[in-house]
Structure formats: structure tokens, C-alpha cells
Design a protein around this ligand. Structure first.
Ligand code: BES
Ligand code: ZN
Ligand code: ZN
Length: 465
């Protein structure tokens, strides 16, 4: 599907937005009324003879425009029309692009007979192209980077394992002119990453640490983006119940998201230096699996009592965060991880949880970047009482809290143990356990990976001064 910005065009069908209040003034009001169309949000009415698709919107908000466009594109893809136009004079162009590109996304790689779609060309029509062009191009880059992240999240654990994850990163580096360094198990041993290595020990795939770099000429800031890349999380010896294991290919979504973010930053040619670090590991069972009761020595020297092998993401991130802090003196450090089921309990499955010490940084996301991008973010506050629950009788820290409540926060506070004092206010942790994957469509998301994080982080990177 091509998408273009033009000043005027004749297409097979034209998409129009109508609000309840103005419905009566519509030139085709009688026909719309006869068809039972009341301009409710997310309802549509095809007027085939007039070559118009009318979409109801509640108001002029970006959220409603994005949602209406998602409904429209699905209907258009089910029709025989080959081209369609959307007028974007009075709506936010990024919201239209998000609705069309993300709402129209389908992943068909594993279908032997994917259904054919007639729709080939989408045109966004706008009076002042010169003024809108940059916004159009950036929104397309961000939407496509989100689709790229979705594509790799949706890959099966057989196709996307730690070594193939590293290959994918190398390919992206080559295409986008990024630097790329991959550490295999030999190098991870040399780095003394005992925590990350333990998690991947029972896998037949070698664990990999992926480091990608986008370095523009005069960067305004240096940013490290760290991703949890569990290509499969069986739970390890603390095995997940069968039903909870299904979808655990998505435990790599943090790693996939940071790849999408560096893709977008490099294609928008932003003046920010971006470092991506991914811990790509598979958590499996076997005779050589790491065990509850083991004590691991992390790269930082901190000793960790393993009480649950299913709390593996934090063990991988402990070493990757430590490595990232040694490699790069970053102005900001953000990690993305499908870290806890508890985050979904706390915030619901649509919202990303944000944790960290800096109120200013948290607000930058919650008030601005997330609002602008249409992603949902909720704050989960650290506190010292929950922190005490990570105490271990035998090691410096336990990998799980002694009480089950506040699990997203205790996981975040575990990560905090590996953030050095000088970086405390530069770091935020994003728990995307709920928001990264969906079994039912919502907003502009469809079944499978959602690409959570890519839009709000791209929006933040664009705003960096
Ligand atoms: N990958 C899971 C978290 C998860 C759960 C992500 C559901 C997406 C959907 C993580 O590794 C995990 O298993 N966490 C445990 C932690 C517990 C053992 C303290 C959890 O959330 O149950
Ligand atoms: Zn787990
Ligand atoms: Zn996990």
C-alpha cells in the first residue's frame, strides 16, 4: 500500500469525517439518515454511488481521528476499491497516518494464502503541501518503524532467536548506516555477565548482546535505549502454566521496540546520538538450566539470589544496564521491557508503566510525548517499603520480592540496584508487558505486536534540545 501527500486527486473513493453536530448540514444528509448513520464515533457509511465513505467522529481530537481512520482503512481493505483519498486540512496529519498505516497493518508471513487486498494507493489531500510535507514524512517514518517492530515481535521463537535477532540488527545497521557490535557468550563471559548468562544457559541458542549506534555529526544529546530481548520465556524451571506460556514470544518486545526507535531516529536524521543495547536470550528448561536457590554474580559484582527463574528479564537487564553505563556516558537512559504481569494488574493492558527517580523526566513523557503520540503511559511510584521486600538472606538481593503486591514496582526497584548514583536521575524504566501485545484490536492496534514505545520515544527524541 502506497501513501502519498497531494493537493488534489480523483480516487475510486473519498473518505470524509462527520460529527453528530454537523451531520444535518451534510449535503448527503438525507441518504445518510436513510442508511441509519448517526455519525457515532467509529461508525461508517459507504455511499458507493457518490464514491464517498463517511466516518463518524465524536470531536476533533487526535485520538478520535486516529480511531476513525483505523475503522475506515479496515473497511476499505475489505472493498474492491483500488485508491482512496483522505482530506487532512482540518485534522492532525500524524493521527491520520497512524490510523491508516497502523490500523491497516496485517501480519501475513505465516499464512499460506493471505487474502488479496485491492486497495493499492492512499492519498492524503491538503491545500498547503509545503507546510505539511515534513510532518507527513516524519509521521510515515515513525509509523513504518512501529510496523517494523510489530513484524519482528510477531515472528515465531523458532525464527527469531538470539542469533537471528543479532542478524536482524546487523541488517538494520547496514541499511541505515549504523554501527553494530555483537557480543556472543565468549565475550559475555569475558565481561563477567553472570546474571545474563545464567538465564540463557539451557537454551540451544547462544545468548547475544546487541549494541547499535546512530551517531550524527553534532548531536544535541546522547541517549541509551536498553531492551529486554527474551526471544522466548518458558519461565525456566519455575515453569509457566501452559496457558501463560502462549504469547511468550512477545517477551522480546522491548528489544524489538528499541530497534524500531533507532530506525526512526536515523531515518528522520535527528540530531541525537542513539545507542541501543539489547539482551537477546532464551529462557528454557534442561539439565543445565539455572535454578531457584542459585546465587549469581552480576557484572556489577552484586550477588543475586534466584528465587524464581521466571523473573529472568531483570537478571538480563541487570547486566545489560551495567554494561551500557560503562560503554556510554549518556544524558538519558531508558529501558523497555515486558517485565511483569503485575504491571497489567496495576494499569490495565493498554498502558505502559513508567518508573524512575526523576519527576521531570517522567512528566516529559506523560504530559507530552505520550499525549502527542497517542500512546498511554501511567506512573508507578517507587517507595522504600517495597524496596525492602527484595532483601535476601544469602545474597545482596533477591530476584523476586517476598510479597506479591506491587510486583511491577519491585521489579523496577530491582533494576534500580544496577543504576549508578550519577545516573539515577537520567534513567527511566518502561514496563510494556501489557501494551506490547494484544489478542484483540484496540485503537490503531491489531492482533499481535503493537510496537508499544516506538511512537512516544520517537516523539521524545524529536523534542530533544
Ligand atoms: N515476561 C514475563 C512478564 C509478562 C507476563 C509479560 C505476561 C507479558 C505478559 C516475566 O518474565 C515474568 O514472568 N514475570 C513474572 C515475575 C514474577 C515471577 C515475580 C510475573 O510477572 O509473573
Ligand atoms: Zn519470566
Ligand atoms: Zn520474561
Amino acid at each position: 500500500m502506497n501513501i502519498d501527500l497531494v493537493s488534489e486527486i480523483k480516487c475510486d473513493i473519498k473518505v470524509e469525517f462527520v460529527q453528530k453536530e454537523t451531520l444535518k448540514k451534510h449535503k448527503l444528509y438525507k441518504t445518510l439518515k436513510a442508511a441509519g448513520f448517526g455519525a457515532e464515533q467509529d461508525t461508517i457509511c459507504f455511499l458507493h454511488e457518490k464514491k464517498v465513505l463517511v466516518c463518524g467522529v465524536e470531536d476533533e481530537s487526535n485520538d478520535n481521528a486516529r480511531s476513525a481512520c483505523s475503522v475506515a482503512i479496515k473497511a476499505l481493505k475489505g472493498s474492491n476499491y483500488k485508491s482512496a483519498s483522505f482530506a487532512v486540512n482540518n485534522v492532525n496529519i500524524a493521527s491520520v497516518i497512524e490510523g491508516v498505516v497502523l490500523g491497516g497493518y496485517e501480519y501475513n508471513e505465516y499464512k499460506s494464502k493471505p487474502k488479496k487486498v485491492s486497495l493499492k494507493n492512499i492519498y492524503l489531500t491538503c491545500k498547503d503541501i509545503a507546510k505539511t510535507k515534513d510532518a507527513f514524512e516524519n509521521a510515515i517514518i515513525i509509523a513504518e518503524a512501529t510496523c517494523y517492530t510489530r513484524d519482528i515481535v510477531n515472528m515465531t521463537p523458532e525464527d527469531l532467536n538470539p542469533p537471528t535477532f543479532a542478524d536482524l540488527a546487523k541488517k538494520l545497521a547496514k541499511e541505515n548506516g549504523l554501527k553494530c557490535e555483537i557480543l556472543g557468550e565468549k565475550e559475555l563471559k569475558r565481561e563477567k555477565m553472570g546474571s545474563m548468562l545464567a538465564v540463557g544457559r539451557a537454551s540451544r541458542h547462544d545468548s547475544k548482546l546487541i549494541h547499535l549506534i546512530y551517531k550524527p555529526k553534532n548531536p544535541k544529546k546522547v541517549i541509551s535505549l536498553i531492551g529486554k530481548g527474551l526471544t522466548y520465556d518458558s519461565g525456566g524451571l519455575s515453569l509457566k502454566p501452559a496457558a501463560s506460556m502462549v504469547t511468550m514470544k512477545m517477551d522480546k518486545a522491548g528489544g524489538c521496540a528499541v530497534l524500531g526507535m533507532i530506525k526512526a531516529a536515523s531515518e528522520m536524521k535527528l540530531d541525537v546520538e542513539v545507542h541501543v543495547f539489547i539482551g537477546a536470550v532464551e529462557n528454557m528448561i534442561g539439565g543445565n538450566a539455572y535454578k531457584p536457590d542459585d546465587v549469581l554474580v552480576a557484572r556489577s559484582g552484586t550477588t543475586i539470589e534466584v528465587r524464581n527463574t521466571d523473573a529472568e528479564g531483570r537478571l538480563v537487564l541487570a547486566d545489560v544496564l551495567d554494561y551500557a553505563q560503562d560503554k556510554v556516558k549518556a544524558d538519558y537512559m531508558f529501558d523497555f521491557a515486558t517485565l511483569t504481569g503485575a504491571c497489567m494488574v496495576a494499569l490495565g493492558q493498554y498502558t505502559t508503566g513508567v518508573m524512575g527517580h526523576s519527576t521531570t523526566l517522567k512528566h516529559a513523557f506523560m504530559m507530552k510525548a505520550a499525549n502527542e503520540s497517542g500512546e498511554l503511559i501511567g506512573h508507578l511510584p517507587f517507595n522504600r517499603h517495597l524496596g525492602k521486600l527484595l532483601k535476601s538472606g544469602i545474597a545482596d538481593v533477591s530476584n523476586v520480592a517476598s510479597k506479591p503486591y506491587g510486583g511491577a514496582i519491585t521489579a523496577g526497584m530491582f533494576l534500580d540496584k544496577f543504576i549508578r548514583d550519577e545516573n539515577k536521575d537520567k534513567w527511566l524504566h518502561f514496563d510494556i508487558a501489557g501494551s506490547a501485545y494484544t489478542d484483540a484490536p484496540w485503537d490503531c492496534n491489531v492482533y499481535g505486536g503493537t510496537g508499544a514505545g516506538v511512537r512516544f520515544m520517537s516523539s521524545f527524541l524529536q523534542s530533544v534540545k
